[in-house]
Design a protein around this ligand. Structure first.
Ligand SMILES: Nc1ncnc2c1ncn2[C@@H]1O[C@H](COP(=O)(O)OP(=O)(O)O)[C@@H](O)[C@H]1O
Ligand SMILES: [Mg+2]
Length: 286
């Protein structure tokens, strides 16, 4: 199998058994065996269907830059590592080549959207424990992206459930990672449209839309859906009308933001232990 576009030299030999995962406006994603690393990876390759090569190159380059900045921001503590683990890694940037592509960590077998759909289709009820765990994992990713102790605070900008991958190899403990940072940007002061809680709002609204379809299939009992979800959605909806009402990012991992009031949610550490390479360089990519 070859890339839709002319393959960059050496790429066909190095990345074996490519399987197409999906094509969007600017790129196509493939799962492949990286014969150098000896692991499966995802290649996100410029697609020239809708945009020219320079535009595609720019999107991919900025996606990998965002992911590398996020990776470099971990302070090495267990909490920080766990949170940074909610975000996919970019291993390599090959956007300078004639066919621009980036090499990403491969994670999971399905999108969160497909995972939710499967629960609804199965007519079984997603255990509240799993719902809470998925919610907390997303919050961990968001808390990490907006951590004030990092040099850059990142906004995903496109955080619907097709951009979250779920690994279900342990059915009782599905784990997720956020993907597709093609529209990610650094937080700009005074830019209300790009408030970090917009990401949380997107997630909450999507989640709420699943409750509305079949509440008892996505982790909550229909009898108390309203009560249990009031805190979580109320906080996020308040900031739709007035961004100053957004919960501070540091407050995302609090009990007020939990699906279950008693859930074990851990706020991010407030003090910085370690300077990331990007911070040392005083570098914040825009
Ligand atoms: N790192 C990854 N691991 C596993 N699957 C992925 C990964 N990146 C992308 N995919 C799959 O490819 C699809 C398209 O990738 P995505 O980055 O969302 O591109 P687009 O910008 O075209 O939406 C995703 O919906 C997902 O199914
Ligand atoms: Mg996508």
């Amino acid at each position: 199998m070859v890339f839709r576009q002319r393959a960059a030299r050496g790429v066909d030999e190095r990345f074996a058994g490519r399987v197409e995962l999906g094509c969007g406006h600017t790129a196509c994603a493939y799962r492949a065996r990286d014969t150098e690393r000896g692991i499966d990876v995802v290649l996100k390759v410029a697609s020239l269907q809708f945009v020219d090569v320079e535009t595609s190159r720019g999107w991919l380059e900025s996606e990998c830059l965002a992911l590398k900045s996020l990776q470099a921001s971990s302070d090495g503590t267990e909490a920080s590592e766990r949170r940074s683990g909610r975000i996919i890694q970019c291993y390599e940037d090959h956007t300078k080549e004639s066919t621009p592509f980036i090499v990403l960590e491969s994670w999971g077998t399905q999108t969160l959207e497909r995972y939710f759909r499967a629960w609804v289709g199965s007519e079984k009820r997603m255990p509240a424990r799993i719902a809470q765990s998925l919610w907390t994992q997303i919050q961990e990713g968001l808390a990490y992206m907006s951590d004030r102790s990092h040099t850059c605070q990142w906004i995903h900008g496109d955080l619907h459930f097709k951009n979250i991958m779920v690994d279900t190899s342990n059915q009782d403990e599905p784990t997720l990672k956020i993907i597709d940072f093609g529209l990610a940007s650094t937080e700009q002061e005074g830019d209300e449209e790009r408030q970090p809680c917009k990401d949380a709002q997107t997630v909450a609204q999507t989640w709420r839309s699943w409750f509305e379809v079949k509440p008892h299939h996505v982790g909550l009992d229909p009898a108390d859906t309203k009560e249990k979800s009031t805190n979580m959605f109320g906080l996020l909806e308040a900031c739709a009308g007035d961004p100053s009402l957004c919960p501070a990012p540091a407050n995302w991992l609090t009990t007020a933001m939990a699906l279950e009031g008693t859930a074990d949610v851990r706020p991010p550490p407030s003090t910085r232990v370690f300077q990331s390479p990007l911070e040392k360089a005083g570098y914040c990519p825009k």
